[in-house]
Design a protein around this ligand. Structure first.
Ligand code: 9YT
Length: 134
């Protein structure tokens, strides 16, 4: 069994900060669970275009207020207790009215360094590439 504390992740390479979000990656592919789990802060007043073309993601809001808008135009408010599961690789906009704190789970698991490209996509890291990177 593994035990981790958020405090031990903050400030390390598994604490990934961008203009619009800050993902504290608690479990990654290297942990061998088959998914990754992140405690992610979405910065207040931001909008992020996201498209997990290579992953499914479940997101559970534990703090803050915001919304998710799908490419179809459907808008869902986000508040504590709201979960969304992107089981169809939906392209979306994530907006934070106040700072959002989200628990995010990805399958396949992130390896750790991923940030969105210009299309909002995280690359899929294959086994052979991972070995080359490590
Ligand atoms: C909710 C969401 O997708 N935020 C972007 C960051 C991502 N969850 C991550 O890498 O932790």
């Amino acid at each position: 069994m593994k035990v981790k504390q958020l405090d031990e992740i903050i400030g390390t390479k598994d604490d990934v900060d961008t203009d619009t979000w800050n993902a504290r990656r608690l479990l990654l592919r290297k942990d061998g669970m088959g998914f990754s789990m992140h405690d992610t802060l979405i910065k207040a007043g931001t909008e992020t275009m996201i498209w997990y073309r290579n992953h499914v993601e479940a997101v559970y809001c534990i703090e803050g207020e915001g919304e998710i808008e799908l490419a179809t135009g459907e808008v869902y408010p986000i508040r504590p207790g709201m979960l969304y599961a992107l089981d169809g690789h939906e392209k979306h906009y994530l907006r934070a009215n106040t700072r959002l704190r989200m628990v995010c789970v990805f399958n396949p698991p992130l390896t750790g360094r991923e940030v969105h490209d210009q299309d909002g996509v995280y690359p899929l890291v294959e086994d052979n590439e991972l070995e080359a990177r490590c």
